[in-house]
Design a protein around this ligand. Structure first.
Ligand code: SF4
Length: 177
């Protein structure tokens, strides 16, 4: 939601935008590192006030943690109960992913975010694709659990390369329910 912001050096009209925290430099990824290198130059864009969230931490998972993948569908299917999220060791972590998705939506609502810039490929934050659950590096199309929940909550969700004017492709490709 656009808001007036007056401090010197800040755009007169600013917009709070939800960001995957790892893209902003928070060391919240499963390996205890950040994913700052995956955020193209120019992000956050001028006028954006980034709101960092890590759904997997918000869901109660530790850092570092065993990596997990969606098995049996996309993030939408996880939300609907027809797919699950499992760690590489076979632990069912679906409930933690659902909790993290709900909390990310809650943060978006509290802060008035109407857009989200999310890390691609994650079972939580992935927008266009995630891994197929075999832990072999194979990709499948579809959003992660939090990206799907944010879409259903009405947010515009995109990976940073998809944002017009970024260093990646210029045609935006938004995730839809
Ligand atoms: S859940 Fe999202 S914010 Fe957290 S580490 Fe994974 S991609 Fe980054």
């Amino acid at each position: 939601m656009p808001c007036r912001s007056t401090p010197e050096g800040v755009s007169a009209v600013s917009e709070r935008v939800l960001y995957s925290a790892c893209l902003l430099g928070v060391r919240c990824a499963f390996d205890g590192c950040d994913r700052r290198a995956k955020l193209p130059r120019g992000f956050p864009a001028a006028g954006e006030i980034p709101v960092p969230v890590c759904p997997e931490q918000l869901g109660g998972l530790p850092t570092p943690r065993v990596p997990a993948e969606i098995i049996g569908g996309t993030g939408f299917d996880v939300l609907d109960g027809s797919a699950g999220v499992f760690s590489r060791k076979g632990r069912d972590v679906t409930d933690a992913f659902l909790r993290g998705a709900r909390e990310a939506v809650r943060v978006a609502r509290i802060t008035g975010c109407e857009r989200a810039v999310l890390a691609e490929g994650s079972p939580s934050c992935g927008t266009d694709w995630h891994y197929d659950g075999s832990f072999s590096g194979r990709r499948v199309r579809g959003p992660g659990t939090t990206a799907a929940a944010l879409v259903r909550a009405g947010l515009e969700v995109a990976a940073p390369k998809e944002v017009p004017g970024s260093a990646g492709k210029n045609e935006p490709s938004r995730t839809r329910s």
